[in-house]
Every structure is written in structure tokens, then in C-alpha cells.
Design a protein around this ligand. Structure first.
Ligand SMILES: C[S@@+](CC[C@H](N)C(=O)[O-])C[C@H]1O[C@@H](n2cnc3c(N)ncnc32)[C@H](O)[C@@H]1O
Length: 240
């Protein structure tokens, strides 16, 4: 899968993308990431990418022409690429959206800065994506979060195929608690069931813990989750 990033700060991406599983996937060629400096698509002597807002007000607004010129140049060799605009006003990035985007062949991600990109950019993008209800200084961190969350769902990126299937949100719930050695850490013991070797019991325990944890921390997810009658009863008892 290929990611193209349009940014005013291409240097931002070199280190984070070369680490760990993502770095390996890039080295193997399962994923590829290209960065393009929006400034290279300006046509004036000063390579201007921003200007003051019409109507007055504070800050600067990113000009639409260089971004659209960059998009048109990138799209000329792949008309099917999906264009994402990073913006706090977009749809929230969820595991479901990451899954959907991981089935695309190519994503072009536009990183805003300052007060964001001129409103008229919206006619040139397919999906506006937000990391959450907070404001970052630029879209680069959002682009990295997108590449990481989408990239790890592309086949052959994770070390163990299928390991993402148990992650939080994959089945609408938070994941169960995880433990590794030692068995006793300053008096905090690993739950005995996990040492029992009884896989059916372990699965049962994990499902119950996942339900209880989601119920306690994210009741909004429980409302939408597909649960059995027995599971709903169990949660009622937990609440009671
Ligand atoms: C300072 S923000 C602009 C915020 C804009 N004035 C507003 O209030 O909606 C600059 C850029 O950071 C990025 N950004 C900021 N917060 C974000 C978020 N929650 N999700 C995705 N991108 C974000 C966007 O690319 C945005 O254009």
C-alpha cells in the first residue's frame, strides 16, 4: 500500500517511519511512504503557501492553489488514490475507518498548518479525518497516526497475522488485560487462570474481562456492541 503525504514539513516523517514494524514493512516494500513539500508546488518567487484570511482575524490560511496543484500532479499517475484531509472538523479516526482505509491501494494525505487550508480544498478531497476533539498545530501527527493505524492492518505488516483481530475496538470492545513474566511483581499476581493451560477457560476469562473493562471505561461502546443475553446479564450483575 502506498501513502503520499503533502506537507510543509517533510523532515517531520523520517524518524518515526523508520522504527519498529512500520520501518520493517517499508524496508520489505509492503508499505511505501512518499513525502512532498507543498512549497514545491508554488509558482511565485517567494514560494508562498499561506496568506491572511479574508474577512480579517488572526493567523494565516494555507493557500488552495499549491495544494491542488500537488494533488493534481500526484493523481495524474493514479486517478484512484483516495485523498484524505487532516482536520479537527473531520470524521473521527476509528478502528473501523482504519480498516476501511487499509483496503485502499493508495492514500494521499494532506497536512494543514496555521488556521488550516482554504475552505475550497474540500472540493478536492474524498475524506476529512480528525484524530479527536483537540487541536494540533499541524496535520503531520495526524498523518503519522493514520499511516500507523492503517498500515498495521495491511496484510504482512504485523509479525503475527491475525493479531490485530483481538485489539481493542476490533470487536467493538476494549481488549482484555495482558500480562507477561514475572508471575509476581511486588505482590501483584498474574491471574491464575492464565497459568492454567486451559484454553477454553482462558478465552472465557478474557471475554469477561473485556466486557467488564469496556462497561466500566467506555459504556458508550457497550451500548453498540453485539452481546449475548448471558453477557448482558453478567454486565447487569457487575453494575448491580
Ligand atoms: C491549528 S490547526 C487548524 C484548526 C482550525 N483553525 C480549526 O479550528 O478547525 C492546523 C492543522 O492541524 C491539523 N489538525 C489539527 N487538529 C487536528 C485533529 N484533531 N485531527 C486532525 N488534524 C488536525 C489540520 O491539518 C489543521 O489544518
Amino acid at each position: 500500500m502506498r501513502f503520499d503525504i503533502l506537507t510543509l514539513f517533510p523532515e517531520f516523517f523520517s524518524s518515526p517511519l523508520n522504527q519498529s514494524l512500520l520501518g520493517k514493512a517499508l524496508a520489505k516494500g509492503v508499505l511505501s511512504v512518499n513525502t512532498y513539500n507543498i512549497r514545491d508546488f508554488t509558482t511565485d518567487r517567494h514560494r508562498t503557501t499561506d496568506d491572511s484570511p479574508y474577512g480579517g482575524g488572526h493567523g494565516m490560511v494555507m493557500k488552495v492553489e499549491p495544494v491542488v496543484r500537488a494533488l493534481e500532479a500526484l493523481r495524474s499517475d493514479c486517478a484512484g488514490a483516495r485523498v484524505i484531509l487532516t482536520t479537527p472538523q473531520g470524521v473521527p479516526l476509528t478502528q473501523a475507518l482504519a480498516g476501511e482505509l487499509s483496503r485502499e491501494e493508495r492514500l494521499i494525505i494532506v497536512c494543514g498548518r496555521y488556521e488550516g487550508v482554504d475552505e475550497r480544498i474540500r472540493a478536492f478531497v474524498d475524506t476529512e479525518v480528525s484524530l479527536g476533539d483537540f487541536v494540533l498545530t499541524g496535520g503531520e501527527i495526524a498523518a503519522l497516526a493514520l499511516i500507523d493505524s492503517v498500515g498495521r492492518l495491511v496484510p504482512d505488516v504485523l509479525g503475527e497475522p491475525g493479531s490485530a483481530a483481538h485489539d481493542s475496538f476490533s470487536d467493538g470492545l476494549l481488549e482484555y488485560p495482558q500480562y507477561t513474566r514475572p508471575e509476581d511483581f511486588r505482590g501483584q499476581m498474574v491471574p491464575p487462570v492464565l497459568l492454567s493451560g486451559n484454553h477454553a477457560e482462558i478465552e472465557r476469562w478474557r471475554r469477561i474481562e473485556s466486557l467488564k473493562r469496556t462497561f466500566k471505561r467506555r459504556p458508550d461502546l457497550i451500548e453498540k456492541a453485539v452481546l449475548t443475553e448471558a453477557e448482558r446479564r453478567l454486565l447487569k450483575e457487575t453494575a448491580g
